[in-house]
Design a protein around this ligand. Sequence first.
Ligand code: GUN
Length: 288
Amino acid sequence: MNAKVIDGKALSAEVLAEVTASVSEIQAQGLATPCLAVVLVGEDPASQVYVRNKLRQCEATGIRSVEHRLAADTSEATLLELLAKMNADPAIHGILVQLPLPAQIDEQKVIAAIDPAKDVDGFHPENMGRLLAGDESVLVPCTPLGCLLMLKHTLGDSLKGKHVVVVGRSNIVGKPAALLTLQQHCTVTIVHSRTQDIEAVCRQADILIVAVGRAEMVGADWVKPGAVVLDVGINRVERDGKAKLVGDVDYAAVASIASAITPVPGGVGPMTIACLLRNTLQAYQQQR
Ligand code: GUN
């Protein structure tokens, strides 16, 4: 079997086109433009690239953006003060603090300090709780939301009842991906670094969502023939003396037995950014 490639670039362009049309309509009505504030603390190179891409896509859809770049030695109190100001600013509809944060800042405290209505990452404990409770109007984390849109696009109604195995249990991807697919009536298993015979559990999956951050960890022997595989990983590796991006899945090997697979790059990544802008629009609409 040779897997169908799930084109995240093409699908994200559709999501972005919908956001762009809604923003145009808002502007045509003379209403305030939706606005996303992005905070980057320090100079982590990967974070700088992610933030640049997020800001660039804002511009492309007409969403206004505000960028705050803070020094790596910024205190927690300074960051919390900035968040309080942005929470109180009615012209700002979405707030994103790029993670990871420097060691002197408590990440959980920062996430909890963002107004849940402006929490476009969906990381606030109130929003995570509402997701757990099955509240469909809640802001949900962008990467798992992107995964869900890809699954709906690939499988349609037949998503229902499928066995999803999520590899990884992070708050950002693994846990919300499990909850979102459960909400779609999938049967869901989460596996992680301590799971016994992890390959055997993964081989039971109709849908395998991999988010572990280890280059090409999932080989063909982890995958049931005909499964749909979503690869959330973005790992920088060196191959033949050249820098290269690879996922958590051994693409060439798994593509030969899966029915559909996301590439890296060009798979889940572009969907994450498109969903961030979709969430910003949703936050805007819910604040009106
Ligand atoms: N760092 C890696 N992924 C993410 C994300 O989805 N949101 C934020 N805020 N930081 C991240």
